[in-house]
Design a protein around this ligand. Sequence first.
Ligand SMILES: [Zn+2]
Ligand SMILES: [Zn+2]
Length: 187
Amino acid sequence: MERITWDQFFLAQSHLLALRSTCTRLAVGATIVRDRRIMAGGYNGSISGGDHCIDQGCYVVDNHCVRTIHAEMNALLQCAKYGVPVKDADLYVTHFPCLPCTKSIIQAGISRLYYAEDYKNNSYALELLEQADIEVIHVPFDERKIDFLSDEKLELYMELITKLREKGASLEELAPYEMKVAELFGR
Ligand SMILES: [Zn+2]
Ligand SMILES: [Zn+2]
């Protein structure tokens, strides 16, 4: 397996955290990193011990779920709770942060913001980040990097395609599948 880059490694951590999200609307994960060390992480979820959206449904006001604390805030609050400084740290988040989170990220002293996916990209948030001289870096996440069964899966698909060809499937019929396999495995 190819060695994973630091950016992909920290983004993988954020995507893993997102899997713990309790909100059904969007699963977000955030990781705070300093000197290539993970300081804290968070996902969007309820206050500890509170009702979960996955059990009770979202608590929607003005088209926003108000029950959850956002991933970025949870990561920052974890640092506040345990006394971990975040000044000049980096934040890796699965989705571009909302405006209130952006303001907190700036105020907490985060110096670089890495995000995997565009998400509404609030223009005022972008303006504030620029004013605060925070580097905003879009790094798409490559799921293949953390698929430990990637080689076995590719082998299986190639075997199936070969079998289908032997059974008489035409090149034309198989082309879309071969294209999909190439797309999924980057080969
Ligand atoms: Zn919710
Ligand atoms: Zn937010």
